[in-house]
Design a protein around this ligand. Structure first.
Ligand code: PLP
Length: 391
């Protein structure tokens, strides 16, 4: 009999992939499924980025690269950090990895071990909790509040810190809620963290470019007092519609960048070379397609918000970022899981149960509005009909 490590029993998953598989099975049977379950832009990668990858392959970039990424790419990331966040970053502290998820896994593995505690947002991206548990550390949920647009309360977070806390994970704009942590809440958090110098911070800012209502993105990288303990997670997947290319970047505290690179050497060697050249084209090339995409997301956000709030038993907080709406469905009498399963089976609309993002997601479902306005309208109309037909 094979004996996988017991840690494997603690490893969770991301149900979005399971719902996607079920939706695709129904589609293969001829059903017209509207998929608002998956968290990826419905736009293609801009053409000049694709061309840069093709050129890189033609130019012979076929071999291993430095494990932390080719120097011109890490320099381009540093320029991007200066341009979009106004911070100075040493390209040596940038570690390029195969997707934002890998920075997350590296940071959690670097701090997680039995006896350690790691704070993570709930409802939040499910991989945080999964990876924390995998390392043997204790996952400690930080509660996000619907009434605060799914922000946390900084005093409450600070009150959860113990001598065993090693890492605090912050995600703004957030998956699955679209929530944005206001700047003054971050200020308060950072002030309080001065009392807890043993706590590192992982700031997952993968949705940083997708913010709305003229509220600029507030980045934890702009606080110099966190510089020696902040890990920034960002990447190309969402901003440039590059989820399948598998590339992301981390900016690490100077002392930790070599450790992240060592993990990369052990796990993935490097990101594929052509993708790295494409990533330079993404950062340095025209940004008009990114702007147009964010604009389209904003229009859809306002429309879906209006439509969801008109459904009986449903109310939806205004998402400030990303491309998700996270309505409260308690008034429908459905659990999150029932809504997910019934709406897919009966109405052919794929959404994700809030409980896939943590226990505090009960009573909510996630709509990804990465679909055309027409499909979004059709999806909510189907749910409205389904709700009306209930006894
Ligand atoms: N962080 C959050 C909050 C996400 O929602 C995702 C993807 O869904 C990631 C990180 C991972 O992104 P990537 O596809 O670059 O690994």
């Amino acid at each position: 009999m094979l004996l996988p490590a017991v840690a494997m029993d603690r490893l969770g998953t991301e149900s979005a992939f399971e719902v996607l598989a079920r939706a695709q099975t129904l589609q293969a049977q001829g059903r017209d499924v509207i998929n608002l379950g998956i968290g990826q832009p419905d736009f293609p990668t801009p053409g000049h980025i694709v061309e840069a990858a093709v050129k890189a392959l033609r130019d012979g970039h076929h071999g291993y690269t430095p494990a932390n990424g080719i120097p011109p790419l890490r320099e381009a990331v540093a320029r991007d950090m200066a341009h979009h966040r106004g911070v100075t970053v040493d390209p040596d502290d940038v570690v390029v990895v195969p997707g934002g998820k890998v920075t997350m896994a590296f940071a959690i593995q670097m701090f997680g071990e039995p006896g350690a505690e790691i704070l993570y947002p709930d409802p939040g991206f499910p991989i945080y909790r999964s990876m924390i548990a995998f390392t043997g550390a204790m996952p400690v949920p930080v509660r996000l509040y619907e009434a605060n647009g799914f922000s946390f309360d900084a005093d409450e977070v600070l009150g959860q810190i113990t001598p065993r806390t090693r890492l605090l994970i912050v995600n703004s704009p957030a998956n699955p809620t679209g929530g944005v942590v206001p700047k003054d809440e971050l200020d308060k958090l950072v002030r309080g963290l001065a009392e807890h110098p043993h706590v590192a911070v992982l700031s997952d800012e993968i949705y940083a470019r997708m913010v709305y209502d003229n509220v600029p993105h507030a980045s934890l990288t702009t606080y110099p007092e966190l510089q020696d303990r902040l890990i920034l997670l960002d990447g190309w997947s969402k901003t440039y519609a590059m989820t399948g290319w598998r590339i992301g970047w981390g900016v690490w505290p100077k002392a930790m960048a070599p450790l992240a690179t060592r993990l990369a050497i052990n796990v993935n060697s490097c990101v594929n070379a052509a993708t790295q050249w494409a990533a330079i084209a993404a950062l340095e090339g025209p940004q008009d397609e990114v702007d147009a995409m964010v604009h389209a997301f904003d229009d859809r956000r306002l429309r879906i918000l209006e439509l969801l709030n008109a459904l009986p038993g449903v109310r939806c907080a205004r998402p400030g970022g990303a491309f998700y709406a996270f309505p409260n469905i308690e008034g429908t009498g459905l659990t999150a899981r029932q809504a997910q399963d019934r709406w897919l089976a009966d109405a052919s609309v794929a959404v994700i149960a809030g409980t896939s993002f943590g226990d505090l997601g009960e009573g909510f479902v996630r709509f990804s509005y990465a679909a055309s306005l027409e499909r979004i309208e059709e999806a909510v109309a189907r749910i409205a009909l389904w709700l009306e037909a209930q006894p």
